[in-house]
Design a protein around this ligand. Structure first.
Ligand code: PLP
Length: 295
């Protein structure tokens, strides 16, 4: 089975289908050796009425915001919508029974031409919902807290840190995941240097306190999550309020429920932090998961 890959030329508003296994990115592309680019990962949920691209608009809005933060050309929504729709059609044709999968789409600064101009390059390909994700949805995850190395709310004073942009520079996030694994935890939970809880390397955190859902304020120094926002949209129908708040590790450890939420995992219960058990709310976990899958 070949896997589709769409190579996108954002400058010419063109894209072409190729084989994911065969495709190669020139090493001179600035994404390859500088991580200079942006990306999104969306969940596609296949239902009887067709495919739902969960939070499609929110993802694109963030993609546009990331492009702006990195001073990349503004992405053309119509072009990227066509790419996503074609990719869904390719995946569904190859596997008509598929229930869900992800799509990762990206735009790099590309390469410099003789005149010193950069020609951005884009691509999009499917990513599977694998056993690791499925297991986390059912069993939840454990985490260790890690110092993110900056104080909360530094972003406005230090825009070059690109806080809030979803860039291709994920080496730190990957390293945090390895550190967590080496310390027998499934996940890392970043905390600002001054003790404010931020996010996981690839997920946001939501906690429940009584009938309140709370999540760290994106302004504190984290990526504003599409999944967290979708869950907050539905809080009222769950009989809950939803607010941004500065949380400390003790707030998470003593919560009535805590979740890592992200596009591919939907919502997974955080059952243990730094060796402390956290209450698991299975009913609400299931509700969060179905809210996200429904888009
Ligand atoms: N925070 C970081 C650093 C992420 O990389 C991600 C997603 O990959 C998230 C949060 C969750 O964002 P979303 O719910 O939009 O997938």
């Amino acid at each position: 089975m070949t896997q589709p890959l769409f190579l996108v030329d954002p400058t010419a508003a063109r894209f072409e289908l190729t084989d994911l296994a065969a495709a190669q990115l020139p090493v001179t592309d600035l994404s390859a050796h500088r991580g200079d680019g942006i990306f999104e990962t969306v969940l596609v949920s296949m239902g009887e009425d067709g495919a739902v691209v969960v939070n499609r608009e929110r993802h694109f809005t963030r993609f546009r915001g990331s492009a702006s933060a990195l001073e990349l050309p503004e992405p053309d929504q119509e072009l990227w919508d066509r790419v996503i729709d074609r990719l869904i059609a390719e995946v569904a044709a190859d596997d008509p029974g598929i229930v869900e999968f992800g799509i990762r789409y990206a735009m790099s600064r590309g390469e410099q031409d003789e005149d010193g101009r950069f020609r951005p390059r884009g691509w999009a390909f499917p990513v599977p919902v694998d056993d690791h994700i499925r297991s986390a949805r059912v069993h939840g995850v454990t985490a260790v807290s890690l110092d993110r190395g900056f104080d909360a709310y530094i972003g406005s004073k230090a825009p070059w840190l690109l806080i809030g942009a979803k860039t291709l520079s994920y080496a730190v996030n990957q390293a945090a995941g390895r550190y967590a694994a080496a310390h027998k935890a499934d996940e890392a939970l970043f905390v600002s240097h001054d003790g404010i809880v931020l996010e996981g390397p690839t997920a946001n955190l939501i906690i429940r306190r009584g009938d309140r859902l709370l999540t760290p304020d994106p302004e504190a120094g984290l990526l504003s999550g599409t999944t967290q926002q979708l869950i907050f949209d539905h809080a009222q129908e769950l009989g809950l309020t939803a607010d941004y708040a500065d949380l400390r590790l003790d707030d998470v450890k003593t919560a009535d429920g805590a979740w890592f939420v992200s596009s591919m995992r939907t919502a997974v219960a955080l059952s243990e932090l730094d060796g402390n058990a956290i209450a698991v709310d299975e009913e609400l976990t299931a509700k969060f998961q179905s809210i996200v899958r429904a888009g």
